[in-house]
Ligand binder design. Sequence first.
Ligand code: FES
Length: 149
Amino acid sequence: MSCQTTAQAAELPKVNESGAGEKNPKVVAFLCNWCSYAGADKAGASQLPVPQELSVIRVMCSGRLEPTLILEAIQKGADGVMVLACHPGDCHYKEGNLRAFCRAELLERMLPQLGVDPRRFSFDYVSAAEAEKFSRITTEFVERVRSLG
Ligand code: FES
């Protein structure tokens, strides 16, 4: 009986000194296999800081992402969603990243109407060589989402 109580207590969220619950945001990052996923891999190999709050989903092209997948991630509890694509002109499927950019712009405009703060969404370009950029923008995005509560 006492072991069960201890196990339940261990699952309670941490409480800081002010009494408010400390919450680590859940951030889903959709990464293109050919660029940003490789950039993330390089960031890890280079031991650059990558936020632990990031849940990476590898896709073969950012153009594969329908806005409904992004909304589904938010609906299922993500506090923030990132889409990281190949730079313009570098998409392996010609213009998938341009389609993704257009969808991202539309989605950003739609989010407030759906009751979602558009600052909880981010679209950017990261190449396989941009490990430092990957580290920086993921860290900044997680902090931004954390500040939104
Ligand atoms: S292959 Fe990377 S965005 Fe299309």
